[in-house]
Design a protein around this ligand. Sequence first.
Ligand code: GLA
Length: 383
Amino acid sequence: MSTFYNTIQQKFTNLFGQATTILHAPGRINIIGEHTDYNNGYVLPAPVDKKLSFAFAKNELNGLVRIHAINLDEYLEFQLEDANPKTKGWLKYIMAITDTFLENDQGFDCVFGGDLPIGSGMSSSSALTCGLAAGLNNLFELNYSPIDLVKRVQDAEAKYTGVRGGIMDQFTIAMGKENQVLLLDCQSLDYQYFPLVLGDYALLLCNTGVQHELANSEYNTRRSECEEGVAILQSKGETIESLRDVSLAMINTYRNHLDPIIFDRCYYVVKENARVLEACKALQNNDMMTLGALLYASHYGLQYEYQVSCPELDFLVKQTEGLPEVLGARMMGGGFGGCTINLVEKKAVNRVIETLSSQYFEHFNKKMEAYKVAIGPGIFQSQ
Ligand code: GLA
């Protein structure tokens, strides 16, 4: 067992006594399929081997929650009935879940922490919400199926953060499997696992260390712009429900009827959905060159058509174009900061990290962190 597991248990014993439920919730990467989930499209994510671990026990304190965050060394307590979306910091995410899943008298104690970097673009916030929800599901025998749990967590996060997020992060964190990527159809929620076999290549994340304020509002704006595109196509008589039902030929037909910005957003999503399916084929055929080219195409779509990138992400992607050891790179996640994901020749990984981090420092005077990706188990595989 990892040392973190021991640290969590030890802390729990010191603070509250005996823990009755222990579980782990990983972060996630996404190989390709960005901003497609809330458009009923395809995504190709996987859980990482970096995670938050949780220890829980019920308490008899009449609706009091006592919770300790190891990494921040912060202890907080609140009454369940005081849960409020206006709360700041990590407690907001805790309250989102307790408010959604518990009755006001179901008090509990919890200690959590781990090696998943916060705010790195690996969805540490959904690791927190999903881990907590799965723990409470066990502890109070709430009997939600994994998929129902995922959907409820997605709604809880939207209610508390005001961001109308898709289902990719929660689904991956809950349902992912070690060494496998997940092809998820966000319309039907059908999913398929693919072994991640990259041959001489590896995935590397480069963290810009940037988190832009506008990420949340721009996220909702993008979602509305896509909905506007769908509404216009519907008004022209097309029987579609979402951008998932739109082909490249259809969107091109209406180019002159759509505001150029709306066209670009929809065009990107239609193309990105196709790229996810192509990426699956490339993975199955061990065709790393094609996979790499798809990553670049995705990035340039996100940069110019969907416009959710930022100078730091663009810089890190652009720099890799001069490096023959890198087959592809793109921004990952919601955008406006966070990480790039790179397909890099295994034996060159350390050299690429050195090159990119020194170029990044020279240009932005900021440190770039890098993480070598391994695919770990999702919550329900590791329980
Ligand atoms: C965030 C959201 C996801 C997804 C990505 C973009 O991570 O939580 O639902 O929309 O952005 O692909």
